[in-house]
Design a protein around this ligand. Structure first.
Ligand code: CA
Length: 614
């Protein structure tokens, strides 16, 4: 038994470190694209640049924010992004030019436990404290009954989308409805530039069809809603807010700056006053900075995840959390014992407060599940901000931020770690909000790109939002290698065990005639499909192929390149294969394209210690 446990720990360790390794390889910007701001957005100068851009520079307009003078271009096919950016910076008409950076969701690891709607409802009625136990010590129940329904704030969830068929959303009024749009008539009825944007917008497919092919956005949305009501026990009550899903992160949790900007403008222009941003990256984008300053001018609050590198944002900024816009509230994550989560970024002058972010139970597309990350801490603050807007509809985002920060619970573990040195407190903040003087004005903020030099180099460090937990555990920067954070790590490992055991024991039906004996394996694999890089797991292996499990869609018949880890983690093999069957877009049979004698021998050696698959 002990050996099995040790082995499982090794698997978990490998899984985490491999995730870390793989995320380090992820591209930091979209190839072949740039974002440009013109100095004179409406005058002759701007026009002349656009003329030059299309005729001489070979640029094609992919998107435009004409009022801001910001353009999103595709560059010439053979030109490097770095060269295009430098060329445009040298143009006298250009204020700034930058790559179209890629950002990612801010979770750690995967779903650690999942439950059906029925299971969670049974747990919730067996113990009304369940959400407290999983969500940590926030006094939310005190506020539920006492809030008067003055107005219904709109919370934009800029994320991976939303599964609107989940009963929490499908049987309630929790999802925003665009009052000016007639569903399915193919017309932009309200003239906002989006056709049939009935509940929000999907910037990946450029349509009003909302889905969540990752689960992250649905989980985040449930947490926001859960601050003001029970999301575990049906029938679910009428919502006190409206969730506006804006999908810009893809099924693997990655999204482009150009789409993030579009989502931010959409949110504000369509009435959202709270913007939840459980994503980030290390790349400074002036265009993103400018878009967020627009949300400040509009009086909204911009809630952003501090990031999961276990790093100090004061010295290594995480965007959008670290922009100096006054309505940004940057959120770190705490455990249920009020310690700073081992993965959480912090910053005494740049991260504003913390809220719970470890093993948070919330909605998933298929039921409920626990997830961890500053991604999960952020929506608690967004939910609180929505509740404050319910109480005081005219509260500006900037003032909401001051009230939230001024009414935190002082936590010793947060001393010198966050600006307020506290964890958010729903009850205290709402009491203070009721009594607050609302001034109706806020200090002016002029966007400047003066801090561009912080990370203006394209070659700066990678977009490591989800990538650094292991390096931290091994003695990385900050307080991460303390015994406390190790104990949390071990706890996390223990809680992940059932899933690993389940995966190890899971059997799939054979999908094709197999010439080789298959063996059960639980190993991580890095998969390359075209220029996409994915992470998956292998659940069976034979001399002829593997069963590959990944959330990403793979085409049947498609060629994939894989790097497969051995069961003991000691070695890896690189091999090409063809997708020969798929099951519910999660499990794929991949037949090896060709195997050398050496690879045959390696696999044969690996399988000696493995159990045969039936
Ligand atoms: Ca419309």
């Amino acid at each position: 038994m002990e050996r099995v446990l040790i082995k499982l720990f090794i698997y978990l360790f490998l899984f985490l470190s491999f995730s870390s390794y793989a995320h380090g390889q992820v591209r930091r910007y979209v190839p072949g694209e740039v974002i440009v701001k013109l100095k004179n957005k409406t005058g002759v100068s701007g026009q002349s640049f656009l003329g030059k851009a299309t005729s001489q520079k070979g640029l094609r307009v992919r998107g435009a924010f004409k009022r801001m003078g910001i353009y999103h271009f595709a560059i010439k096919e053979n030109q490097k992004v770095e060269d295009a950016v430098e060329e445009m910076k040298a143009d006298p008409d250009v204020e700034y030019a930058e790559p179209n950076y890629i950002f990612s969701k801010a979770t750690v690891g995967n779903v650690t436990q999942s439950f059906s709607v029925l299971e969670v409802s049974a747990m919730a009625s067996a113990s009304s404290e369940y959400y407290m136990a999983t969500g940590a010590p926030i006094q939310v129940t005190n506020t539920w009954a006492s809030i008067v329904h003055n107005s219904v704030p709109i919370v934009a969830v800029i994320d991976t989308g939303l599964n609107m068929n989940h009963p929490v959303f499908s049987t309630t009024d929790a999802v925003w409805q665009n009052p000016g749009e007639i569903p399915g008539n193919g017309i932009d009825d309200d003239g906002n530039g989006f056709v049939d944007d009935v509940n929000g917008w999907n910037f990946i497919t450029n349509s009003g069809v909302m889905l969540d092919d990752d689960g992250h956005g649905t989980h985040v949305s449930g947490i926001i809603l859960g601050v003001t009501q029970d999301i575990y026990t049906p029938p679910y009550p009428s919502a006190k807010m409206r969730i506006m899903p804006l999908k810009f992160l893809d099924g693997e949790g990655y999204g482009k700056t150009s789409d993030a900007i579009k989502a931010i403008y959409y949110a504000v222009n369509n009435g959202a006053t709270v913007l939840n941003n459980s994503w980030g990256g290390n790349s400074y984008s002036a265009a993103l900075h400018e878009a967020i300053s627009y949300t400040y001018d509009a009086g909204a609050i911009f809630v952003a995840a501090a990031g999961n590198n276990g790093a100090n944002n004061d010295s290594s900024p995480m965007y959008p959390a670290s922009f100096a816009v006054p309505n940004i509230i940057s959120v770190a994550a705490t455990t249920d014992t009020d310690a700073l989560a081992y993965f959480s970024n912090y910053g005494h002058s740049s991260v504003h407060l913390a809220s719970p972010g470890v093993f948070i139970l919330s909605t998933l597309p298929s039921g409920y599940g626990s997830m961890s990350g500053t991604s999960m801490a952020t929506p608690f603050v967004s939910g609180l901000a929505a509740l404050m807007k319910t109480e005081r509809p005219n509260l500006l985002g900037y003032q909401a931020k001051q009230l939230i920060m001024g009414n935190t619970d002082s936590i010793s573990g947060l001393n010198s770690k966050v600006v307020s040195e506290g964890r958010m407190d729903v009850y205290n903040t709402i009491q203070a909000t009721k009594l607050a003087n609302i001034s109706g004005s806020q200090p002016p903020y002029k966007y400047t790109n003066a801090d561009r030099n912080l990370s203006s180099s394209i070659a700066a460090s990678g977009c490591g939002v989800v990538s650094k937990m292991i390096s931290k555990g091994q003695g990385g920067p900050g307080g991460g290698s303390t015994p406390e954070s190790w104990s949390i790590f071990i706890l996390l490992a223990l809680l992940a065990l059932p899933i690993i055991v389940y995966n190890a024991l899971r059997q799939k039906n054979p999908k094709d005639k197999r010439q080789h004996e298959r063996f059960k394996i639980n190993s991580e694999v890095k998969v390359k499909v075209g220029d996409r890089e994915l992470i998956g797991s292998i659940s069976t292996i034979s001399l002829g192929g593997v069963q590959l499990n990944t959330n990403a869609m793979l085409e049947s018949g498609g060629i994939v390149s894989m790097v497969i880890r051995s069961p003991d983690g000691a070695e890896q093999i690189a091999i090409e294969g063809r997708v020969v069957w798929s099951e519910a877009q999660k499990a794929y049979g991949v037949q090896f394209a060709q195997t050398s004698q050496a690879i045959h021998e390696r696999i044969a050696t690996w399988t000696k210690s493995l159990v045969k698959a039936s």
